[in-house]
Every structure is written in structure tokens, then in C-alpha cells.
Design a protein around this ligand. Sequence first.
Ligand SMILES: Nc1nc2c(ncn2[C@@H]2O[C@H](COP(=O)(O)OP(=O)(O)OP(=O)(O)O)[C@@H](O)[C@H]2O)c(=O)[nH]1
Ligand SMILES: C=C(OP(=O)(O)O)C(=O)O
Length: 214
Amino acid sequence: MSGSIWTAVLAVKRLDAAKSRLRGALDEVPHERLALALATDTIAAAVACPDVADVLVVTGEDRLAEALEPLPVRLVPEGDEGDLNRAFALGAELAAGRPVAALTADLPALRPVELAAALRAAAAEPPERRFVPDTPGTGTVLLAAPAGVPLAPCFGPGSAAAHAASGARPLRGAWPSLRRDVDTAADLAAAAVLGLGRHTAALVGRLYAAPLNG
Ligand SMILES: Nc1nc2c(ncn2[C@@H]2O[C@H](COP(=O)(O)OP(=O)(O)OP(=O)(O)O)[C@@H](O)[C@H]2O)c(=O)[nH]1
Ligand SMILES: C=C(OP(=O)(O)O)C(=O)O
């Protein structure tokens, strides 16, 4: 199955609390701007994916509206208390009969063609929930549910095992830019090797550029 069929749901934590494991990793870079850039690049890649018809961003962060203004996304207010799985479930309820792809918003190297390939694999028969583990294999970057099937997200520490235990099937494609979530400075360096999206690159690209004279 291919074509623009999916509703992508991305969750973004409030910037003052987001990406706490990255805080202070790059002292020249303001932390909240970096957290915003990571999310913006991920969301822009989802928008550019040919298999995504609709992008919902669930957040309690007011500053996201301005940053995402140029992109055709729907912002869904999360309410006061942050809870990642509740945020994904809230977005999934608004998917209007489409299959849902819940994606973490910390994939600054994400290439739309790799997301498309994963979504096509997720749409294979039989219709069932499928997920893509992160590069280390313990977390989850993508959880996909067919139309009419509850998303039942189990994101959080150890979510790959939790999603498997919930009956979702892991997808085994390579998709390095999809699997490369950024939690730490080492993850950001690895994402830079893959190629950062333009918002993140504008902030940190020069820190990872290869020296000109060896
Ligand atoms: N809307 C919403 N998004 C969340 C929440 N918690 C995490 N997220 C988002 O979910 C994705 C994956 O979460 P994590 O990798 O744990 O990111 P994080 O919580 O910002 O990072 P740490 O503070 O280092 O744990 C990121 O895009 C976060 O912005 C939440 O409570 N609400
Ligand atoms: C929320 C998750 O991200 P991380 O483990 O990278 O915090 C997850 O993998 O479910």
C-alpha cells in the first residue's frame, strides 16, 4: 500500500523541560533553541513524507506555533499535565479514519524517503500495530496502527520491549535516519554524521564540520 494515507502524530514536550539529557552538552548553543530545532526538523521531515497526508503536533508548548507557522500542521494542545502516551493517544483520536504513525520528535536527521519506506512496511498485510525500535534497540521511534485499531502507545524507557509485549510487531528495515533519535550529545554527533535537518544544522552544524586542513 502506498500514497498519502497516514496521519503522523508527533509529541513535543515543553521546551523548558525537553531534552534534559542534552542540557549543557553544547555550551555555545542555547538549550531551548536546540530542543526546538530538533522538533522542527523532525516535523518538517514528516510533512515532506509522500505517504503522510496529515501531521498533528501534540504539545503544551506555546512557542511551537510560531516556529511551525510555515508548515501545514495541526497543533493539538496537550493540556497542563505532560504525559507522552496520553499526548500520542490524544492525537490518534483525531486521525479521522486514517492509519496513525506516532513519531518521536527528536529525529533531526530524518529523511522523508526513509519514513515513507517504514510506513509502507507498516502497511503490509495483515493489518496490525507495528513499531520501529531506535538505534540502540531499547526505545521506539515510530509506532504505527492501521485505521480503526487503537494506537495503544507504550513509549518511555524500555518501550521497544513494551510495544512488543503489547502485541505490536517490530519492523526490521535499516532506516538509519529514522532510528537515530537524539537524547545525548553522542546521539547528536551521530545524527550529524547522517546529515542534520536545516534548523538543527544552522545551530550546531559548524561544531561537527570536518576540519579543512586535517
Ligand atoms: N507532548 C509531549 N511530548 C513529550 C512528553 N514527553 C516527551 N515528549 C516528546 O516525546 C519525544 C521522545 O521523548 P524523549 O526522548 O524522552 O524526550 P525528552 O523527554 O524531551 O528528553 P529527556 O528530558 O532527556 O527525557 C520527544 O519528541 C519529546 O518532546 C510529554 O509529556 N508531552
Ligand atoms: C520515549 C522514548 O524515547 P527515549 O527512550 O529516547 O527517551 C521511547 O523510546 O519510548
